[in-house]
Ligand binder design. Sequence first.
Ligand code: NAD
Length: 458
Amino acid sequence: MCGADIVDAAVQSARRAFEDWWQTPPVERIRILFRYKMLLEDHFEELAKSVTQEHGKTLTEARGDVRRGIEVVEYACSITELLKGEVLENIARGIDCEMVRQPVGVCVGICPYNFPALVPMWMYPMALACGNTFVFKPSEKVPLTSIRLIELLCEARLPKGVLNIVHGGRECVDALLTHPEVNAISFVGSSPVAKYIFETGTQHGKRVQAAGGAKNFVVIMPDADYEKSVEGMVDAAFGCAGQRCMAGSTAMAVGSAGEQFVPAIAEIARNIRVGPTDRDPDAQMGAVITQQHRERVRGLIETGADEGADVLVDGRNVKVDSQPNGFYLGPTLIDKVETNMTIHNEEVFGPVLNVMRFDDLDTAIETANQCAFGNGCCIYTQSGKAAREFRHRVKTGMIGINVGVPAPLAYFPFSGWDYSFFGGLHIQGREAVYFYTRAKVYTSRWFRPDEGYIWHKD
Ligand code: NAD
């Protein structure tokens, strides 16, 4: 758990390395990333196992975590194309204007626990490709995969000091947020911390992008493909034990959809096998991250029941015989959730699916739009008109149409809105290039040689 002194050493190391790294031609920078990509492929299974072991998600989910991360490295390998500037000749007679993008300097990445491979790789590959140096602080709850990711980057012959890793909690984060040599901060985590990071970082003159928590609604229309929507909803709600910022946390059943849909989900939820994902190959859902987190989720389920919701499937007391002390929760389904309930307004971040029922799509959209968070929203329908209406009017940054977890891939921005994102430029895609660089505009005019400034007289 690093304090200010180690943070200072890491930042100074990044600052020293910056002078040479930003002058390194982009094509040479990406040669290192190409080598890195190959090493990540060679160590793919080892990394996935590490994710499963320290996080608890299934091996299949862990493979997805690593794969999506590698895709960002692949995208970063196209930086020679992405970094090109703009030119306009003759903005006035004989005068040309050019815009180039230069790196911002020392960048920092502060990560959450729930995607130990993907979220770090959202950040440093793009930052490094753009010519920045980096200080990376993984979540103190999952530090092991991060260390391995960075060892492989060293093996890919990244020059010393270009990437530095520090471990820690609040003290470490505060030292990064206020360090005068830090230029930009990427953060992913819960919304209250994201807001704090954004406010503190910007007050200290840093460029900040801070992605926060979520509450994602999934509308099921009466004409939805029944099997596909049930399958999609189960994965969205209970995949990674609900510890996903794009988890589907509330099913909004419109019209008659709920009658068929709710019993089907309940049946599947009751039969999901919960267990140690690193030892039991049949386990479909692992433990949540800590005992404290399990207690928090249990408390929210209890509050839901106290406030009048109907707990149809209750995972609070699930038993895993082989690991009686594990932090397990079973899938939980809560019906008749209302907008004034705590369970509706707070991010649960556990395997808990709320159900709300609506007479029509309009009221479902209105309710979704009242939510403070703005990460994702999905609809299952066969109607192009309903889907079009939904995607146009709903106020979140990522929309799924017959897709339950619409997390964008490396080449699109991960574009949360409102209480789910603080800052201007998002993580991933071209926005990442804009975030990790700043524009410089040259306006130039050339006179006849005899009118010009003489550089060397002799
Ligand atoms: P968290 O906010 O508790 O921690 C995130 C990081 O912030 C960690 O590195 C942690 O050490 C640090 N931190 C925690 N408390 C702090 C404080 N008071 N001051 C300074 N630093 C602090 O988040 P978590 O529990 O690790 O991750 C889960 C959260 O992340 C969920 O809310 C989830 O929705 C969110 N998340 C969002 C996205 C997204 O793209 N929007 C992606 C993944 C996870």
